[in-house]
Write a protein that binds this ligand. Structure first.
Ligand SMILES: Nc1ncnc2c1ncn2[C@@H]1O[C@H](COP(=O)(O)OP(=O)(O)O)[C@@H](O)[C@H]1O
Ligand SMILES: [Mg+2]
Length: 243
């Protein structure tokens, strides 16, 4: 048996944007699956707004690393999927889907199918899909890892626009420390596995709203980057040795 995580004790403050970084294979996706209730921890438990999680976390929605759109459904149907599952009427679902399609900048693409869209556009659909159900918690697992760097910056800015003032708690998984700092209120660092645990948590005191196009050149950003990287770097080096 492989022990991905061990002795992880971890909390997210409601309404904040929290990122978890760590070397590849350390257990980031495992942690998120546990938070989503898709995976039962061998030991220990998860509490969601004070209640012990038993089964799927219905307060949360989930955005995967891979494209999780249904290829045989068009954009409107994909966006409305979560509402359909929750038994909302077709009229209500359609209206909300149209609203969200507009919000994520896909006006005019409601009838298109995933295969007809670019990678960035598919991410927009996935974003609308996870936010339309108005979850209290949004779980994201390296959602932009497959995008080119400019599209990625743009999507990161858009996630911040969606989140700002929403009151939602975001748990964002990434291996990219710059992305984590740019987006978050706090960055947690996972050690290399097996038996990975949280080895540091850093508050990110950069002002909001943030413009991610420029933030990397700010001296405070670079300071934070150096501090957090000095810990993460060791884990990344250890992950090279392990492999
Ligand atoms: N279903 C599984 N069965 C056995 N090992 C797994 C399973 N899923 C993940 N692992 C292992 O657990 C470790 C952590 O995986 P994962 O959480 O996907 O890491 P990350 O997302 O940080 O890259 C890896 O070593 C992986 O090989
Ligand atoms: Mg992963």
């Amino acid at each position: 048996m492989h022990t991905a995580l061990e002795g992880v004790s971890f909390d997210a403050c409601a309404g904040t944007f929290l990122s978890v970084v760590g070397p590849s294979g350390c257990g980031k996706s495992t942690l998120l699956h546990i938070a989503a209730g898709l995976l039962q921890p061998t030991r220990g438990s998860v509490f969601v707004f004070g209640q012990r999680l038993d089964g799927v976390n219905h307060r949360a929605s989930y955005m995967f690393q891979q494209d999780a759109l249904l290829p045989w459904k068009n954009v409107r149907e994909n966006v409305a999927l979560g509402l359909t599952f929750r038994g909302r009427s077709a009229a209500e679902s359609n209206q909300l889907a149209a609203e969200w399609i507009r919000r994520v900048g896909l006006d005019g693409f409601g009838d298109s199918y995933p295969a007809q869209l670019s990678g960035g556009m598919r991410k927009r659909v996935a974003m609308a899909q996870s936010w339309i159900v108005d979850p209290d918690i949004v779980l994201m697992d390296e959602p932009f890892a497959a995008l080119d760097v400019h599209t990625r910056l743009r999507m990161e800015n858009e996630i911040l626009d969606l989140w700002a003032g929403s009151g939602k708690t975001v748990l964002f998984i990434t291996h990219d420390l710059e992305e984590a700092i740019g987006l978050s209120d706090e960055v947690a660092v996972l050690s290399v596995g097996p038996g990975s645990r949280i080895i540091a948590r850093h508050k990110v005191d950069l002002a909001r709203p943030r413009n991610l196009l420029d933030i990397r050149t700010e001296s405070r950003f670079q300071e934070l980057y150096k501090t957090i990287w000095s810990g993460l770097r060791q884990e990344v080096l250890r992950s090279y040795e392990r492999d």
